[in-house]
Design a protein around this ligand. Structure first.
Ligand code: HEC
Length: 113
């Protein structure tokens, strides 16, 4: 009886851990997507192509262009954190993990044509 209980408890725990992991994964994905929409899409466009009035004026590159895709994650992260020319700096308003998530999000946007 006692043995069965621990087995059940373990199964229960495994389910909780699995659900928790999945949940936090979607949370991160949603977080990067909503962060991007809130802070970056005005210039870079929802699809990352920079096809916005501001983007056109600033001469933004498409995130899926070879110039951006050949940059390393570290370079992209640095540009988001420190800014570059007209690109604002985000290291004060975003946490390092959020910048990392955004880098991954941009890579993802860039890989979709
Ligand atoms: C005010 C408009 C503006 C906003 C808002 C903005 N960017 Fe940019 N971003 C730029 C400009 C302009 C550049 C090009 C800088 C250069 O190389 O001269 C750029 C460049 C970049 C680059 C480097 C790739 C490239 O095309 O050179 C990344 C990555 C990037 N931005 C990510 C982001 C992220 C993530 C956010 C939101 C947290 C964001 N940007 C918000 C204007 C903006």
């Amino acid at each position: 009886m006692l043995k069965m209980k621990t087995g059940l408890q373990r199964a229960f725990l495994a389910v909780i851990v699995a659900v928790g992991t999945l949940w936090s994964m979607t949370l991160v994905a949603q977080d990067a997507a909503s962060l991007y929409k809130a802070k970056c899409a005005a210039c870079h466009g929802a699809d990352g192509k920079g096809d916005t009035p501001v983007g056109k004026k600033l001469g933004l590159r498409d995130f899926s262009s070879p110039e951006v895709q050949k940059m390393s994650d570290a370079e992209l992260t640095t540009i988001i954190a420190d800014g570059k020319e007209k690109m604002p700096s985000y290291k004060k308003s975003l946490k390092p993990e959020q910048i990392k998530d955004l880098t991954a999000y941009i890579r993802d946007l860039g890989s979709k044509k």
